[in-house]
Design a protein around this ligand. Sequence first.
Ligand code: C5P
Length: 222
Amino acid sequence: NNSIRIAIDGPAGAGKSTVAKQVADRLSYIYIDTGAMYRAVTLKAIQEGLDLHDGPALKRMLDETVIELVKHEEGQAVILDGKDVSEEIRTYEVTNNVSFVARLAEVRLDLVRRQQLLAEKGGVVMDGRDIGTHVLPNAELKVFLIASADERARRRYEENNRKGFETNLEQLKQEILLRDKRDSERAVAPLKKADDAIELDTTSMTIQDVVTRILELAGERA
Ligand code: C5P
């Protein structure tokens, strides 16, 4: 039973969290949604009325911030300073501001350290943008998930519909592309495929296909 570290990166809406959760369940590994951590920081900064471009202010806030990822039936709950914010971190306001907070070096330094501590014992599936390149550069398996922008927007749209949110498909696509652009162009740890990552284009794959493929790759490395 060799517990490995699996890094899953890729652009917004490529299916990372859905797939990562299922892979973790199948292997009895822990799942760490690093995007949820950046979202929680963004939510708190908005609530406190901080300037989302002020690195030192966000650093001071982080020194007083506890973020816990707790496993439950439908995946993972995000607990911010003792309060469940799993729904709040998915709002439009957080989604469209998170890239500003995530580009601050102070924020990344702090969260990356927390993520590395969570992964210390191995047996983890971690998803994000910089896991293979910065957080776990020695991960035994690195996967980079991509899908066409139209397909990613369509998946988000259906997810929103299921949750009962009215959204506009074209607007979702533009927001996804803008967030990817900001995440790819930032100076610190931009979204980028690690040289040793395996790229999977999931545009015409089902979730089950992707999970199966990653489990195969994990099996070769365990
Ligand atoms: O994965 P998710 O869409 O929840 O991520 C939200 C945002 O958090 C991303 O758009 C990105 O700005 C930031 N992020 C990051 N590095 C990670 C994970 C997420 O910069 N490892």
